[in-house]
Structure formats: structure tokens, C-alpha cells
Design a protein around this ligand. Sequence first.
Ligand code: COA
Length: 177
Amino acid sequence: MYTGEKVRLRAYRKEDAPKAQAYINEPEIKRLLGGAPFPLTLGDEEKFLSQQSAWNDTYSFAIETLADDYYIGGCGLNRLDWKNRVVEIGIFIGDKAYWNQGYGTDALKILLRFVFEQLNMNKVSLQVLSFNERAQRVYQRLGFIEEGRLRQERYVDGSYHDMLVMGLLREEYEAVQ
Ligand SMILES: CC(C)(COP(=O)(O)OP(=O)(O)OC[C@H]1O[C@@H](n2cnc3c(N)ncnc32)[C@H](O)[C@@H]1OP(=O)(O)O)[C@@H](O)C(=O)NCCC(=O)NCCS
């Protein structure tokens, strides 16, 4: 368990599945994540959670508020490259009432600490849809640099959208600690 100023990152529990399913099926969140436009079943979510284990190099955290131990979303590692020491991360705050209050920034600070100081990665990478300005604002604030643009990479709500590739190097992370 890793703690910040507003949230902690903890392992998922079986009982998180119904809430996780509701969060991930919420239309605006689905749109911002750019995933498949089909609702996930509870069984899908339970299967996903049951596969999360350090034994097979999958690391997903539930994000929980420090104030009232409320599960608000998740973050974790999508692709982990031990040789090149690059990892791709993802995040969502599933309860929209908690957007724009610093919870996502705090969760990502903890995740970056985990990635650099526990897993000894050299670089964190991520992809974000070009219209997801809130997420870009958060990534920029944490020091991520835009490294490229995958043109028309995702088809969302009837049109194609670019995907931005952003990265943060260990030396850049350490410079602001
Ligand atoms: C992206 C996300 C993780 C950010 O978490 P959060 O807790 O809402 O973000 P924070 O409160 O820490 O910071 C949000 C910042 O974006 C700013 N912001 C909000 N809407 C914005 C917009 N339309 N354009 C630009 N900036 C915006 C806020 O003002 C705030 O900046 P400030 O603190 O300088 O004022 C969260 O909103 C989320 O999960 N969204 C849905 C899923 C998603 O987009 N995931 C990322 C996929 S790449």
C-alpha cells in the first residue's frame, strides 16, 4: 500500500468488482479512455481483477481516498519492459464527483514514485487522446513531455482522433523531487 496526500494506492479486492464495472462502463469515462464501446460484464471485471498479480508482472492499483477509504478509481502499469526499463501507465478516476480536486494528480505522484523508486524504471510512457485536455494538463504538470502524435489512432463517437504519446524520464522525475 502506498500513500500520498489525498489518496492511497492499494491492491484490488474482489468486492471492488461491481463498482469497477460501473466506473469503466460510464460513457464519458469510456470515451476519454478510448476503449471498446461495449459494456463490460461483471464477469469481465472479475476476470480482469483475478489476473492482477505481481507474479505475472501485472500491477493495477485501486485508488482510495485517505479521508474515508472510498474507492474512486484505478491506475497501473499497462506494459512493463524490464530490459529497456520503460513502462506504460494508465489511470482513471471513476467517480466523476472526484474530478478536478487533485485526486488524479496525487495518485499519479504515488504511481511515479512506485515506478521509479520501487521498480527502478528509467522511463514512464503513456498515451492520451488529443481531446482529453484534463488528463494532458495533469501529465504536463507532473513533467511529462509530448513525444509524438499518432494520427487518427482512435475512432471515437463517429470520428477519428489523434493519440498523443507522452514520456517522463527518470532524470526529469529526479530533477523535480
Ligand atoms: C484524467 C484524470 C485522471 C485527472 O484526475 P483529476 O483528479 O480529475 O485531476 P486533478 O484534479 O489532479 O487535475 C485536473 C487539472 O486539469 C484541469 N482541467 C480540467 N478540465 C480541463 C480542461 N478541459 N482543459 C484543461 N485543463 C482542465 C483542472 O483545472 C486541473 O488543473 P489545475 O489543478 O491546474 O487547476 C481524471 O479526470 C479521470 O480519470 N478522467 C477520466 C479518465 C481519463 O481521462 N483517464 C486518463 C486517460 S489518458
